[in-house]
Design a binder for this molecule. Structure first.
Ligand code: NDP
Ligand SMILES: N[C@@H](CC=O)C(=O)O
Length: 430
């Protein structure tokens, strides 16, 4: 008799709809490749009456979790609800009922991964989360399996589709921040609360997940230095262009002898850097391994079908493991504690934009403060002098962050400095 693996889908929003569509439209090839037929038996939603733009057979939608977690016929639960409450409890319930779980939820994995992996191991289930980082790019499987023989030294890249879409439009078309955020929301790229995207928190969750896998450690989310794109202005974009850079929100994780550095912030990168050409909703992740050298992975980082592509691949893996009776074979429970370095201990170049009084000697006094803190300056441009005020743009050489922070504290005290308008790290050049 033909074996069918039944799936319970939690959520039928942007990603859930994509998962359902791929499972229907590619049914034949999926069955051949997975070696088993896959069928969505139940779908948990909040509201049964909502128009969803797809046809779902009668009786499949439910608002009762128990229709899924208590159904012995359902072997795989796919969580695409989002958020932590009540989602974490739902996923733990599914694992404790012996069901393998596939999730796209980076909030939950970044904050409660340890608990979830322990529950999956205890119950001999798979817990797969490919879609939680970089949408359609298969980066989790790559780190866990394809590059497993390497010592990973560095993982960094563009890992939030919404902000990359926004920065691309703001740079290329001069679009307004709020307008372009609304476009990203309408396209289904943004989180339910888009402050997670623009505030850098979504990217922080993703880099915490990537760094944990890459460095075989557990990176607590609160230790990821996080800055979003809300302070980026049209002026910063124009100066970046003039100086030969573009601005991207990067997630950066490096293993150093003293510990690991894990950070998310807007970054100036040279226009000829491969990441500079990654526009729109695309993501790209660089991985440097001690055996493989430099690798780069590129693809759509958000949206219905790219994200669902990753979810469906995980469902197929979970199904294969179930029919071979080996769920949980590649777990995430064995790791080493590694210290996460403070942002002050990292090194970068810095773009610094200041509003100052337009009078003689100001630049010299600013340069002196930087010199006293061992921050050497690569370039200083004075702009838009009105006779009363002027804008000064400085770019430093590669220096210790703490020295820049200390210098800026002193610079703030100078009576001729009216405002520190923005400070943005510069990466990707010697
Ligand atoms: N959108 C994207 O591009 C990507 C999203 N993700 C992640 O995927 C997950 C889902 O995102 P997305 O599809 O965009 O989210 P949506 O907001 O579009 O969809 C959420 C779905 O979950 C249902 N839901 C939410 N809470 C409950 C609840 N308490 N009980 C029952 N049903 C509930 C909603 O039901 P109803 O329809 O009835 O309101 C809806 O169908 C999130 O974790 C997100 O971070 C990951 C990568 C990319
Ligand atoms: N909001 C996220 C969705 C995918 O993870 C993003 O924009 O990258």
């Amino acid at each position: 008799m033909e074996r069918v693996i039944k799936i319970g889908l939690l959520g039928l929003g942007t990603v859930g709809r994509g998962v359902y569509r791929i499972l229907q439209e590619n049914q034949e090839s999926i069955e051949k490749r997975a070696g088993v037929k896959l069928e969505v038996k139940k779908i948990l939603v909040k509201s049964l009456g909502k128009d969803r733009g797809i046809v779902i057979p009668e009786g499949v939608l439910t608002t009762d979790l128990a229709d899924i977690t208590s159904d012995p016929e359902i072997n795989i639960v796919v969580e695409v609800l989002g958020g932590i409450h009540p989602t974490l409890d739902y996923v733990l319930e599914a694992l404790n009922q012996g069901k393998s779980v596939v999730t796209a939820n980076k909030d939950m994995v970044a904050e409660h991964g340890q608990r979830l992996f322990a529950a999956a191991q205890k119950n001999n289930c798979d817990l797969l989360f490919e879609a939680s980082v970089a949408g359609g790019i298969p980066i989790i499987r790559t780190l866990k399996q394809s590059l497993a023989g390497n010592h990973i030294e560095e993982v960094f890249g563009i890992i939030n589709g919404t902000t990359n879409y926004m920065l691309t439009k703001m740079t290329q078309d001069g679009s307004d921040f709020q307008e372009v955020l609304q476009e990203a929301q309408a396209k289904g790229y943004a989180e339910a609360d888009p402050t997670a995207d623009v505030g850098g928190h979504d990217a922080a969750r993703k880099i915490a997940i990537l760094a944990s896998i890459a460095f075989n450690s557990r990176i607590p989310l609160h230790q990821v230095y996080t800055e979003g794109i809300t302070k980026i202005t049209a002026d910063d974009i124009a100066y970046a262009n003039e100086l030969g850079y573009v601005i991207k929100l990067l997630g950066i994780a490096k293993e150093r002898q003293e510990g690991v550095e894990v950070r998310v912030h807007p970054t100036f990168i040279p226009k000829n850097h491969p990441l500079a050409a990654v526009g729109d909703v695309f993501n790209a992740v660089f991985v440097r391994g001690n055996a493989v050298g430099d690798t780069m992975f590129y693809g759509k980082g958000a949206g219905e079908l790219p994200t669902a592509s990753a979810v469906v691949a995980d469902i197929m893996d979970a199904a294969r493991d179930i029919i071979r009776d080996v769920p949980g074979i590649i777990g995430c429970t064995c790791f080493e504690e590694k210290p996460v370095l403070d942002i002050g201990e990292t090194h970068s170049k810095y773009y610094i934009r200041l509003q100052v009084a337009d009078k003689p000697g100001v630049l010299a006094s600013i340069a002196l403060v930087f010199g006293n803190k061992e921050v050497s300056l690569k370039s200083v441009i004075q702009k838009e002098a009105t006779g009363k005020t002027a804008e000064v743009v400085l770019v430093t050489h590669r220096v210790l962050e703490q020295n820049v922070t200390d210098a800026l504290m002193d610079i703030k005290q100078l009576s001729s400095v009216l405002e520190i308008a923005n400070v943005i790290r510069v990466e990707g050049e010697e």
